[in-house]
Write a protein that binds this ligand. Structure first.
Ligand code: CAA
Length: 291
């Protein structure tokens, strides 16, 4: 099947990035979230990021305007009746995701495909709760979506070859490179990246290094573009904790235990950049370590 219309559920940092890339690649996009304010805030971010690309001559003004024109606001999932592919980007909470798929399947055409941008949950389990497990697939983009080249594709146990091929073609059209991962907790990138971030938080918790020293060490000592604590704030500490919990429970191995300091930050509501405080405080001109 050919994909032309993409419905993105969730206008947060992943959802708005995915809508941005889809629209820029020529797809018609419908963007949905729980409130109009959230969709409008997602659209404002897309506008800002497209303008950033115009400024650095990556795209023209006309391309920006055409892309923006391809994105429609969908205040209700009822508007997804003509969608070919859904990309769900809600919070990493299985109950929320199941409810969304339940609601959207009532509206979609029978041939429409379902994709989840989950960063860790079982594709097989999410698919099994829908009316179309053969047409369900994991499509895992990386943050920031307009910049990062990789997309992980994850087949559930029932995912059909037709579904895989249609989505593979669609993602390739977006100029992304694909890595295929098997359906095990956190797939490839987060299975490797999140234990590294969790270990960096233990390194802070045990007083081996300060926030600045840990980030500097990994930036200059391992050539990472961001230090692990800066990256944790960028991903969102709630998301980091959810992924560690999925690894810990799904693989039943104590090496994945979430650091108590990560739990404490999440309990405080200090979730990183999105709440302006995490391992750094972003409220001033320069980020300042919070411990
Ligand atoms: N939209 C569009 N363009 C963007 C952008 C965005 N959201 N963010 C950055 N850019 C562009 C900038 O405009 C700039 O473009 P030019 O080179 O054309 O000028 C370029 O990207 C580089 O940006 P900056 O100069 O602002 O900053 P930088 O060089 O420090 O790069 C970064 C920023 C690309 C985010 C870099 O720090 C980086 O690669 N960080 C690591 C990101 C990472 O590891 N992501 C994966 C997280 S894990 C994940 O996503 C999976 C999960 O499920 C948790």
């Amino acid at each position: 099947m050919e994909i032309k219309k993409i419905g993105v559920i969730g206008a947060g940092q992943m959802g708005n990035g995915i809508a941005h890339v889809c629209a820029l690649s020529g797809y018609d996009v419908k963007l949905n979230d729980v409130s109009l304010e959230r969709i409008e805030s997602g659209l404002a971010t897309i506008n800002g990021n497209l303008s950033r690309q115009v400024k650095s001559n990556r795209i023209s003004e006309a391309e920006r305007d055409t892309a923006l024109g391809r994105i429609q606001i969908a205040q209700s999932l009822e508007e997804f009746e003509d969608i070919d592919l859904v990309v769900e980007t809600a919070a990493e909470d299985e109950a929320i995701k199941r409810q969304i798929f339940d609601d959207v399947c009532k509206v979609l055409r029978p041939e429409a495909l379902l994709g989840s941008n989950t960063s860790s949950l079982s594709i097989t389990r999410l698919a099994a709760a829908t009316d179309r497990p053969e047409q369900f697939i994991g499509i895992h983009f990386m943050n920031p979506v307009p910049v990062m080249e990789l997309v992980e594709l994850i087949r559930g146990i029932a995912t059909s070859e037709e579904t895989f091929e249609a989505v593979q073609t669609c993602v390739a059209t977006m100029g992304k490179s694909i890595a295929v991962a098997e359906d095990f907790p956190a797939f490839i990138v987060n299975r490797i990246l999140l234990p590294m971030i969790n270990e960096a938080i233990y390194t802070l918790y045990e007083g081996v290094g300060s926030v600045k020293a840990i980030d500097k060490a990994m930036k200059l000592g391992a050539n990472h573009p961001m230090g692990p604590l800066e990256l944790a704030d960028f991903i969102g500490l709630d998301t980091c904790l959810s992924i560690m919990q999925v690894l810990y429970e799904g693989l039943a191995d104590s090496k994945y235990r979430p650091c108590p300091l990560l739990v404490k930050y999440v309990e405080a509501g200090w979730l990183g950049r999105k709440t302006q405080r995490g391992f750094y405080d972003y409220r001033g001109e320069e980020p300042v370590p919070t411990r």
